[in-house]
Design a protein around this ligand. Structure first.
Ligand SMILES: [Zn+2]
Length: 451
C-alpha cells in the first residue's frame, strides 16, 4: 500500500506514464507492484526512436488524449460531454455529448470511449489532465473492487472501463499532465468536449461488461485478424470524399491503398515487397481482401534443404523422431514469424499510405500538385518498419511486460532474413544495438540461418 502510494506520488511529480496492470484481478489480490518508467523506456530500449503513431499491431503505440466536458450553469440542468483525441483527422477521434452528473464522471467516460475505440492489439498511452482518471485506473480501482464497489462514485462507468482495459491484449499506460504543463495536444480534447456541450443530441455510453473469459492475451492471429479488419472496415466511410484529384476516379479505400497513381502507393508496396523478398517466403500480393484477412493466409513450410534430409535419414529412429518433433515446432515458429512479418508489412504499409494521402489532402490541400519526394517516402517507410523491429526487441522483456511479453524466438523468426548485414549479427541479436532492416534487394547468395 505504502509502496503504491509512493509510486503514484512520483508519477504525479514527474508526469511519467504508469502501466495499467491487467493481471490485478487474476492474481486475486490488490496488485502489489507497479511498473513505473519514463516515456522513452516504454517505446524502445534504443534512444531516439519514438513510438510510431497509428493502429494495427501490438508493437505499435498509439497516444490518445482524453477529456470530459461539464457545465452546470443552469442549476439542475448539467450538460456533459467527452472526447478521445488521437491525432489531427484521425478516424478514431470521438467526441460525444453524454449524460453524466459530474466532471470526473465525464473524464472517466472519455477514458471508456478511448479504450473502446483503440483496438485491443495496439499499445496505448492515455494522456490526461485528470488526476482522478490516472488515480482510478493505476491506484484505486483494485481496492474499490475488493470492497465490492460499495464506496465508489461512478461505479458503472469505472467498472465498464476497467473491464475493457483488462480485455486489452496490449499494454495500456496512463499519464497525468498538470494543467499548466498542457500541450496543444492535451488541450485538443478539452476544447472539443467543451464545444460539444451545446449539442442537443445525447449519445448513450456502452457500459456493458464484456465476457470475463477474454481477460488477457488473445492469440496473435485472431487478435490481429479482428484488429486489422476492424480498422480498415471503418475507413470506407471516407469513400464519400469523392474523386481522387490525381487520378480523377472514384476514391475508395481500394483506390487509395492499392491503385492510386500518387507516388506513395506504388513506392511503399515496392519497398514492402523488396523487404519481403529477403525472407524465403512467397509474396501473396496485396489487396484489400488480403489486408483484412492477412492473419488467415496459410504459410506453407519452407522447402527442406538437402543436408537436413540426409541428416534425418542417417539418424536412428528415436533420434529421428526427436529431430522431427523439434523440426516441426521450429517450422511452426518459422511460419508464425513469417505470417507476423507479412501482417506487419501489409498493415504498416497500408496505414503509411493512408497517412501520406491525408498529408497531401489536409496539410497540402491548397497545393494539388504537392507530392512527397521518393527519398522522404523511402526513409519514413524504413523508419516505420525499424520502429516495429525496435518495439519487438523491447517487448521480449518479461520483467517489464509480464504476460504481454513476446517470445524472443518468435521475434527472431519474424525478422529472420530481412535484417541489414544479418550474416554478421549473432544468432540472438535481440540485445545487439543498432539492428535495422535491410534496404534494397538482398545481395545474391545472402542466406538466412534460422528458417
Ligand atoms: Zn488516385
Amino acid at each position: 500500500m505504502k509502496r503504491r502510494h509512493t509510486a503514484n506520488e512520483v508519477v504525479r511529480r514527474e508526469n511519467e506514464a504508469v502501466i495499467f496492470d491487467p493481471s490485478a484481478k487474476l492474481k486475486g489480490t490488490i496488485s502489489k507492484i507497479f511498473h513505473i518508467f519514463s516515456d522513452t523506456e516504454v517505446s524502445t530500449q534504443e534512444p531516439g526512436i519514438r513510438h510510431c503513431q497509428g493502429i494495427s499491431m501490438r508493437n505499435e503505440a498509439l497516444t490518445v488524449y482524453i477529456s470530459g466536458g461539464y457545465s452546470n450553469k443552469k442549476r439542475d440542468m448539467p450538460r456533459s460531454s467527452c472526447c478521445a483525441w488521437f491525432e489531427e483527422d484521425h478516424p478514431l477521434n470521438t467526441t460525444k455529448r453524454i449524460n453524466v452528473n459530474s466532471r470526473p464522471a465525464a473524464d472517466i467516460a472519455a477514458t471508456l470511449i478511448a479504450v473502446q475505440k483503440a483496438l485491443n492489439f495496439a499499445l496505448i498511452h492515455v494522456v490526461t489532465t485528470s488526476a482522478y482518471v490516472t488515480g482510478t485506473f493505476t491506484q484505486y480501482c483494485t481496492k474499490w473492487e475488493s470492497r465490492g464497489w460499495t464506496d465508489t462514485k461512478n461505479e458503472a462507468l469505472v467498472r465498464a472501463t476497467l473491464a475493457r482495459l483488462r480485455q486489452r491484449s496490449a499494454v495500456t499506460t496512463f499519464q497525468w499532465v498538470k494543467k499548466e504543463d498542457a500541450t496543444p495536444e492535451n488541450k485538443k480534447p478539452a476544447t472539443q468536449a467543451r464545444d460539444t456541450l451545446t449539442e442537443q443530441e445525447i449519445e448513450d455510453l456502452d457500459l456493458s461488461i464484456p465476457d470475463p473469459f477474454n481477460l488477457t492475451g488473445m492469440e496473435l492471429a485472431t487478435a490481429t485478424q479482428a484488429l486489422v479488419g476492424k480498422f480498415w472496415s471503418k475507413l470506407p466511410g471516407y469513400e464519400d470524399r469523392g474523386i481522387c484529384p490525381k487520378c480523377k476516379t472514384t476514391e475508395d479505400m481500394e483506390h487509395i491503398l492499392f491503385q492510386c497513381t500518387a507516388p506513395g502507393q506504388k513506392l511503399v508496396w515496392r519497398l514492402a515487397q523488396i523487404l519481403w523478398s529477403r525472407s524465403k517466403w512467397k509474396w501473396h500480393g496485396r489487396n484489400l481482401g488480403l489486408l483484412l484477412g492477412s492473419a488467415l493466409i496459410p504459410f506453407p513450410p519452407p522447402p527442406n534443404t538437402a543436408s537436413e534430409n540426409s541428416e534425418l535419414q542417417e539418424a536412428n529412429w528415436q533420434l529421428r523422431r526427436k529431430k522431427m518433433k523439434r523440426k516441426k515446432s521450429n517450422d511452426k515458429l518459422s511460419k508464425n514469424g513469417a505470417q507476423r512479418l507479412y501482417i506487419i508489412l501489409l498493415s504498416k504499409s497500408a496505414y503509411f499510405i493512408w497517412k501520406l494521402r491525408n498529408e497531401c489532402r489536409i496539410k497540402h490541400g491548397s497545393d494539388p500538385e504537392f507530392t512527397h519526394p521518393d527519398t522522404e517516402i523511402e526513409n519514413r517507410w524504413y523508419n516505420t518498419i525499424d520502429t516495429c523491429l525496435s518495439m519487438d526487441r523491447a517487448m521480449v522483456n518479461p520483467a517489464k511486460f509480464g504476460k504481454l511479453a513476446i517470445d524472443p524466438n518468435l521475434v527472431l523468426k519474424t525478422w529472420n532474413g530481412v535484417l541489414h548485414n544479418e550474416d554478421r549479427l549473432p544468432d540472438n541479436w535481440i540485445r545487439t544495438p543498432g539492428v535495422l532492416v535491410g534496404r534494397g534487394y538482398p545481395e545474391t547468395g545472402g542466406k538466412s540461418r534460422h528458417r
